[in-house]
Design a protein around this ligand. Structure first.
Ligand SMILES: *Cc1c(COP(=O)(O)O)cnc(C)c1O
Length: 493
């Protein structure tokens, strides 16, 4: 199996090379040139296995250069005590045809951990396979969650170090504290006097500086990124769709072979695309419900075949879905057409005019595979309150978007199909909005909200969030945006 670029102007590479590069030299995203398929026996086998073994079996189909033993060791280290649930990604069964796949039991209490706990190990193994001896230095500009998840993923991983820049006044108090108290010998966190765009631009500039690259090379370092378009982040996500299917079968809620729908709170289209891969592989997936918040670009795209980011940007209480450009959609467009020139055209239009039209045939093909839907911020909050009152199940603001979209769909259609909601964050991570949804008025801010939500609901907060206020602050430094490169140089001296 080779990996090819969606834009067709870079050569094919191996899986390990795709993981090292992240983005293809022509600006495209790497996709496998064939999608492996599985049969019923494969899925039955997974049903008898634990999460680690499920992940190894699915990943092995995409990462042919990795031996089974190698993947087992990686999965063991990635999905162990760092998760606070023995099932790693447990499926919470709500009723006969509704469940919540909880992807937030990892160290940062959000679904990015499912990929970022394993990706650093896949990356270092890939570097070894390609004879790289230098230390990889990960640079991240973050508006919050990704930075923390990347720090936790790379902390103390041999052969790597990581430096995260965040906007000094652009992240929440909890997010800031999560990063400032980061542990690990190979990590650095620095605030930038500016907004997220300034931090992002600064990082891009550092990546583009050839002289600096030579300086770092002389010191035994090279720079890389860990962003969500890396195949090493997408592939691990395919496994949890198989895992949820098996959990439903094991719980007696589904016959083996029966179709299961998934409702996915979507931003960059990475999570739901992993579900699409699972379906192409032969997992009996019914429909994939792409749930958006007020930033409903994807809902419109699925309905019309026109992707148009020229619209107001809404700040919502599901901030990880406040996205107008869903990068991973490019992979779907390529896989559905096999036409790299067409994809190049769409992406050029997107960066030029902010809009592209995929035409009727491709639009129909997308609509046949994805059901789009969105809800307002107030509707998602209503859903949190309703579920808590009716079932005593507490969910976060992102999961609530999918939950609400499904509820509306079921009402509209007058039928209920077995559906798993992909639950992407712990409710304690978004305490302020969840408390509001429960009708609790509070003066608390920051980490105190975690305790307050625990007190109101009687549910235990994840340990890393509960202890946040007690951890020593390690990183207090901030720099002007012109000085980001010197900060990197100092860290890598
Ligand atoms: C990143 C994120 C999402 C969106 O996932 P995509 O892969 O970008 O579609 C949803 N919810 C939470 C909590 C997230 O962190």
């Amino acid at each position: 199996m080779k990996y090819v670029s969606t834009r067709g102007q870079s050569g094919a590479v191996t899986a390990s090379q795709a993981i090292i590069r992240g983005i293809a030299p022509d600006g495209g995203l790497y996709v496998p040139d064939t999608i492996p398929t599985v049969d019923g026996a494969f899925i039955s086998g997974l049903c008898a296995a634990d999460y680690r073994a499920r992940a190894v079996a699915v990943l092995g189909l995409y990462l042919e250069e990795f031996s089974k033993e190698e993947l087992e060791a990686i999965a063991q280290a990635s999905y162990g005590d760092n998760f606070d649930h023995p099932a790693v990604a447990p499926t919470h069964i709500l009723d006969d045809d509704t469940a919540y796949l909880e992807l937030w039991h990892g160290p940062t209490s959000a679904f990015k951990d499912m990929a970022l706990q394993i990706m650093p190990r896949l990356l270092t193994a890939s570097l070894r396979k390609n004879g790289e001896e230098r230390t990889v230095s990960i640079l991240v500009a973050t508006s919050g969650d990704t930075g923390k998840a990347a720090l936790e993923g790379f902390k103390d991983v041999p052969g790597t170090c990581i430096m995260v820049f965040y906007p000094r006044d652009g992240v929440s108090q909890v997010q800031k504290l999560q990063m400032a108290t980061q542990e690990g010998r190979n990590v650095n966190v620095t605030a930038v006097n500016g907004n997220f765009d300034d931090a992002q631009t600064g990082v891009k500039k550092i990546f583009g500086d050839k002289d600096f690259e030579k300086v770092l090379d002389g010191r035994g370092y090279f720079l890389s990124s860990a962003n969500s378009i890396n195949w090493g982040r997408l592939a691990p996500q395919i496994a949890y769709y198989f895992s949820a299917y098996c959990d439903m079968v094991n719980a007696g809620k589904l016959e083996m072979g029966e179709k299961l729908d998934f409702a996915v709170p979507t931003g960059n289209f990475g999570d739901i695309l992993a579900g699409w891969y699972a379906k192409q592989m032969g997992l009996p997936v019914g429909r994939l419900i792409c749930a958006s918040n007020d930033n409903n670009v994807l809902t419109d795209f699925i309905a019309t075949g026109v992707y148009d980011k020229n619209r107001p940007f809404h700040l919502t209480s599901s901030p990880s879905m406040d996205i107008l450009v869903s990068s991973n959609l490019e992979r779907l467009l390529y896989c559905r057409t096999g036409d790299a020139a067409a994809v190049r055209g769409f992406m050029e239009k997107l960066s030029g005019e902010g809009r592209y039209d995929v035409g009727k045939a491709l639009g129909d093909a997308v609509r046949a595979e994805f059901t789009g839907g969105f809800c307002r911020d107030s509707e998602a909050k209503e859903e949190i309150g309703r579920l808590w009152q009716e079932s005593g199940y507490l969910m976060d603001t992102h999961t609530a978007v999918a939950s609400r979209v499904l509820r509306d769909l079921r009402e509209e259609e007058g039928e209920r199909r077995p559906t798993v909601m992909v639950s992407t964050a712990s409710p304690f991570k978004f305490g302020a909005a969840v408390l509001e949804a429960l009708g609790v008025v509070t003066d608390e801010t920051g980490p105190a909200l975690v305790d307050e939500l625990a007190a109101v609901t009687g549910r235990a907060a994840p340990k890393p969030l509960a202890n946040l206020g007690k951890k020593p602050v390690r990183f207090e430094k901030w720099v002007e945006k012109e000085d980001m490169e010197s900060a990197v140089s100092e860290f890598l001296s």
